[in-house]
Write a protein that binds this ligand. Sequence first.
Ligand code: NAD
Length: 399
Amino acid sequence: MIVKPRIRGFICTTSHPLGCASNVREQADLTRALGSAAGCKSALVVGCSGGYGLASRIVAGFGYRANTVGVSFEKSPENDKPASAGWYNNAAFDHLAEEAGLRSVTFDGDAFSHEIKEQVIDELKTNYAPIDLLVYSLAPPIRVHPDSGERYRSVIKPLGEAYEASTLTLDVLKGTGRLTPVSLEPATEEETASTIAVMGGDDWRRWIDRCAGEGVLSDDFKTIAFTYLGNELTYPIYRGGTLGQAKEDLDRTCIELNKRYGGKGAEALVAVLKAVVTQASTAIPVVPLYFSILFKVMKAAGTHEDCIAHINRLFREQLYGESPRRIDEQGRVRMDNYEMADTIQAEVRRRWQAINEENLGELADVQGFAEDFLRIFGFGRDDVDYDAELSDLASVVRS
Ligand code: NAD
């Protein structure tokens, strides 16, 4: 069959196996080209199939030659329906790891559940322990609580008062966009609590406690989770909204984990990462407009990074590197230093005020945003023949 992008808003319901495989190979090659480094031998990546989690697994594997275990929630192919992009990414990663003589295994299932934790820990005990790095990179829309069975949904809303702004609505296939108004009602207390249950630190703590309790972590293990801060333009919808509350909970969890496990040399970190186009980030209203202005400004300044460049810098400079840690007053590792540079932010602010339908393409990187979005699903690559028939949607990734 032939797979074409099927897109509705910021959702693409198809993905291309060969395009996803090429994306993964390209990231692995870029990482190898930066040279091999030491410090990480065995890693668990929770949320391994896309965005920052996938990049972390690739850097651990192909930059540090670590054996890796991955966990993610993806859809396998069914008859003539392609799998989700993350499923193809995982298959491609495991294939490349095998080719490179690295051990790797991927678990597909709900990371919040007791069952997946149990399965992963059994595997770690048998083949990977002790692990010295646990990357926690989940971006889930819902969580079924493993003890109570209660279902929590993450909502992206401001707190206190309604928020009105403009956002970017894309025609991805044409690479064009237009400005559209968004209006969001403030979250209720229940919605905020629910978002914290999904995106906060509780499950990160559970992974660490269980792994430590079962003795699969090295004494001096590192664990890292990711956050975003942004600026005053994204404040109402991100840092000052429900997501910001969940991320504050992640910060508190980090402090707690350090108290609990820091004694023997273990270290928990929260890294503030830069804005990149991923399935999770495109679901946040307003963000596409800010991101596309930011990308244009950062590309012009030569400081723009994609997931793999950013995570390579995180590992090589801050996580295992010799350079002093760039830590803020909350103890977070600041990887958003290029994004938050005064000159970049001043120019983004200027463009944000000036932007309108006529100058949208000039002030914002609408086309770059659309290309990044298509890439997530394996489309828009020059090295893939998108008109070619695919014989078997499950096995082509390995060819
Ligand atoms: P993503 O959508 O690319 O990846 C999310 C991952 O979570 C996928 O592997 C998915 O399979 C997995 N997942 C979701 N629900 C799951 C479940 N129940 N069980 C197992 N796996 C599940 O997202 P991303 O943008 O890379 O986000 C990862 C982290 O980075 C998040 O904490 C996010 O807040 C943070 N972050 C993202 C950005 C950005 O701009 N994208 C910036 C800073 C920080």
